[in-house]
Design a protein around this ligand. Sequence first.
Ligand SMILES: Cc1ncc(COP(=O)(O)O)c(C=O)c1O
Length: 473
Amino acid sequence: MLSVLKNAFTHAHASDETLTGRKLDNDPVVEGLVSDLVDEVMVINSELNTIRGPQSHLIEKAKKKMDYLASLRGRPLYHNYVGTGAGRGPYVELEDGSVKLDLINGIGIHLMGHSHPRVMKAAIRGALSDVIMQGNLQPNNEYIDLSEKLIQIAGRKSRLKHVWFSTCGTMANENALKMARQKNSPARFVFAMKNAFAGRSTMMAEVTDNPAYKQGLPTYNEVIHIPNYDKKDSLSSEKAFNKMKEEYAKHEKDVACFIFEPMLGEGGFNPSPREFYLPMLEFCRKNNIAIWADEVQTFARTGEFFAFETMDLGQYVDLVTIAKTVQLGATLYTEEYNPKPGLIAGTFSGGTSSMMAGLEILNMLEEGFIGPNGRILKIHNKMIQGLNQLNVTTCKGQVSDAAGMGLMVAFTPFEGKKEQAEALVKKLFNNGLIAFTCGKDPVRIRFLIPAIIEDQDIDLALQIVEKTMLEGI
Ligand SMILES: Cc1ncc(COP(=O)(O)O)c(C=O)c1O
């Protein structure tokens, strides 16, 4: 059915050159202007090719700006960060004149780094469209193109057939939850993993297993948290599965879904083996509990497009949510979980520039980044080896447990205490490297590495980690 529809669509597309919209798409003058514009920006940005410290005459002014922003938001910035709007690859310029090596990228948004010419071009083309923001009621072609691409890559190794856009990961998750609950109505409970992070809405704060993120909020008691894989505990798989079975026995037929991040993101970047999940997934399948992979953080980072592909779990998933790298939120779902009209909608589906840039990023990933010999896994190996090397040489046991998947890499600094990790992240920032923390016990230093990073930039990142560790906190 889909291919019949696609053929009809392609045919319609081929004979539409008389449309003004097609003239705009294909106009050589517009194309030339867009290229010239991006080329000029690239020339200006080309001076940003390594880190530099703040410039003394700008420090005070930048501080005032950050203080002002803090007063507007009602709380200070985490990093002393206000970007100037200029960057190049993994480097970004800040208002205090410093240039940082950015290995956190807006917590995983800028997969192709700062000011990538192809991403900029796509965003400019989006800006030339008649609308800034597309809605679910009146989509343009980019809505179709991005939907088609996502379904094409998601459907290769799963039963996922449909996609619905939203503006962020939280909203994609809310939509997935509603689909699961509607299909499995009146089931109410949610299985989630301990240390999960699912977003900032009321319900996703409940799914999230972190009391600091829901202080003062009532508890709705709709989410049951399952213990994680623990490589130090040979019984951890059994414990997790037993907990699921015990809880199911208490709430039989009242569990709508099982949400899991194929690797915990905010929870600490500790990969779990496929075998850890299998009994739970089989159990959920047998009991009609929707299996929902929250890939908001893992999507496009683990060496394949989806971590469910990397972990060979595609046959199990009913719902998958993504966001960040694709520049908007999306819920992917099987035929069975396609909701009834009225359940999901919303004014915004995403910005036209976001859709075009998101699609361009997916296309770029297919050019040598994905797969067992792709650049993503090479970056991963180099970063992990470098951190392990520091741990056994100059940093002697203080850069431990370097682990993760693909472009998601973390290590435990010192004893993994919160104050140590927080202090280290600030010092790394002052020394030119932007990172962030993850995990609770231990608290780890995390990197969401841009796919365009080059080997010499990884070496520089490792040098900064070493220097900062040796300076102490
Ligand atoms: C696994 C996971 N789910 C959901 C979210 C929420 O996404 P957003 O911040 O785009 O709403 C995040 C954000 O970090 C995430 O890592």
